[in-house]
Design a protein around this ligand. Structure first.
Ligand code: AHR
Length: 498
């Protein structure tokens, strides 16, 4: 009943792109308004950004920030979010049946990204708009000056160009729920021509074509093949989105959600490479997993159409320790495919299916999922090592037989330090672990941090914001190149070796 693996620096998956630790800010519910932006809050800075939230976002360690949607972008006019805030229009947001005040827009987003030390990742509207509006946005944002649009940005206070490199060509265009939904052929043509034109402004632009909204979509794989046949030479990435939740009380399957995420990644890689082979191309399309999380979507109350409110409380899932263990396993799945997944965005950042929660006028606090993300972003930089686990398995309803241990390891080549990220999927049994690290120059355990709780439903709340936090693992040893640990039932583990 012992799980085993060997680590050897000669066998690596690839380097981790810092963009793997991206996140997502959508105009949805309270992600922007009273989330990151709340003028009048005691902690707000001169731009209305909540400094208590900025501090938590920095501690979380997010990198690229995808914006402004999501489904929202498919009805968005980017110009509405520019110029003097008090003159901006109020609009209906069809996607979330809300009122959009546009008090937060492009300049505020760029300011937010700069203050967290991140990178912008901007989506253009290919639902209700098209090539011209995407080009106008790109020119307004990035052209130095001397044209009507770039001078307009300067007049709005943006003297320096925003330098946006990473662009999403629409959002979830395969989904019938998307405003301006398209067939793969329609979208593929539009994405190709938008990409071609955007490259006329900036040949170095990095472009993400929309892939499938989940592996379960009826059009999955055919969609990617059709879109890539049109766009292969014009885009750099294809997107993947996936959300997981516990269904019908089947916790073992929920704990194995990363099995689906890994197969989704591998199937998209296969589809990309198939099109590459057909086109006799040397180029490899990268994967942008730009929406992923645990989300209790099936419990989502049907929105009442016409219930138009500003910043309503929407999708404010409160995560348990079980959710955080699954979430950690999803991070492990991304790291295990770091050779092809070069962008990933946790959806979302604040209040909306988020690791950070806020109260209007009140405090900001950390959900259980905050901890695995912060640890993975801090210690998961470097080279991912290959890790083939042997050991105990169990049967799950949805995914058949799965290993109890789900793990990866990242080597920091500048220090020689190794970090093992590991999840024990058993709800009831501790999992003994033995790893052979003889090929590595590590000599001591720097830390074994564990997220687990005797109550699988334990969660942080506004009233009790520190109910769940990581604790130190016990009895972990490194002796003569042999790592030994016991992983608590249903736990997320970070074992740092120096
Ligand atoms: O992240 C919430 C929503 O999930 C996004 O707006 C959409 O792209 C996806 O369906």
């Amino acid at each position: 009943r012992t799980a085993r693996f060997t680590l050897d620096p000669a066998f690596a998956v690839g380097d981790v792109n810092p963009r793997l630790f991206g996140s997502f800010v959508e105009h949805l519910g309270r992600c922007v308004y009273t989330g990151i932006h709340e003028p009048g809050h005691p902690a707000a800075d001169e731009a209305g950004l909540r400094t208590d939230v900025l501090d938590l976002v920095r501690e979380l360690g997010v990198t690229a920030i995808r914006y402004p949607g999501g489904n929202f972008v498919s009805g968005y006019k980017w110009e509405d979010g520019t110029g003097p805030a008090e003159e901006r229009p109020r609009r209906l947001d069809l996607a979330w049946q809300s009122i959009e005040t546009n008090r937060f827009g492009l300049a505020e987003y760029i300011d937010f990204v700069a203050k967290i030390g991140g990178e912008p990742m901007m989506a253009v509207n290919l639902g209700t708009r098209g090539i011209a509006e995407a080009l106008e946005l790109q020119e307004y944002a990035n052209h130095p000056g001397g044209t009507e649009l770039s001078d307009r940005r300067i007049a709005h206070g943006g003297k320096e160009p925003y330098g946006i490199k990473l662009w999403c060509l629409g959002n979830e265009m395969d989904g019938p729920w998307q405003t301006g939904h398209k067939t793969a052929a329609e979208y593929g043509r539009l994405a190709a021509e938008t990409a071609r034109a955007m490259r006329q402004i900036d040949p170095e632009a990095e472009l993400v074509a929309c892939g499938s909204s989940s592996q379960a979509m009826p059009t999955f794989a055919e969609w990617e093949a059709t879109v890539l046949a049109e766009t292969y030479d014009l885009v750099d990435h294809i997107s993947l989105h996936a959300y997981y939740e516990e269904k019908d009380g089947d916790r073992d399957s929920f704990l194995a959600s990363a099995v689906d995420m890994e197969s989704f990644i591998e199937n998209v890689v296969a589809t990309c490479d198939h099109i590459g082979a057909r086109l006799k191309s040397k180029k490899k399309i990268q994967l942008s997993f730009d929406e992923w999380n645990v989300w209790y979507q099936s419990q989502l109350a049907e929105q009442e159409p016409g219930n138009w409110q500003e910043a309503p409380r929407l999708l404010e899932d409160n995560y348990t320790v079980t959710d955080a263990v699954v979430f950690g396993s999803l991070l492990i799945a991304l790291l295990r495919h770091a050779d092809r997944v070069t962008v990933a965005c946790l959806a979302q950042l604040v209040n909306v299916i988020a690791p950070i929660m806020t109260e209007p006028g009140g405090p900001a606090w950390k959900q259980t999922t905050f901890f695995p993300f912060a640890q993975a972003s801090k210690y998961g930089r470097g080279k991912v090592l290959q890790l083939n686990v042997g050991g105990p398995t169990h049967e799950t309803e949805r995914y058949g037989e799965v290993p109890l241990l789900h793990a990866t390891a990242v080597a920091d080549e500048s220090t020689g330090a190794i970090t093992v990220f590991a999840v024990n999927r058993s709800q009831t049994e501790p999992l003994p672990l033995e790893a052979d690290l003889r090929g590595l120059a590590v000599t001591r355990i720097a830390e074994h941090s564990v997220l687990a709780d005797s109550d699988p439903e334990a969660r942080n709340t506004l009233a009790d914001p520190e109910r769940v936090t990581p604790h130190a693992g016990e009895g972990t040893t490194l002796d003569g190149g042999a790592l030994r640990a016991t992983l608590e039932p249903m736990s997320w583990n970070v074992i740092r070796l120096a």
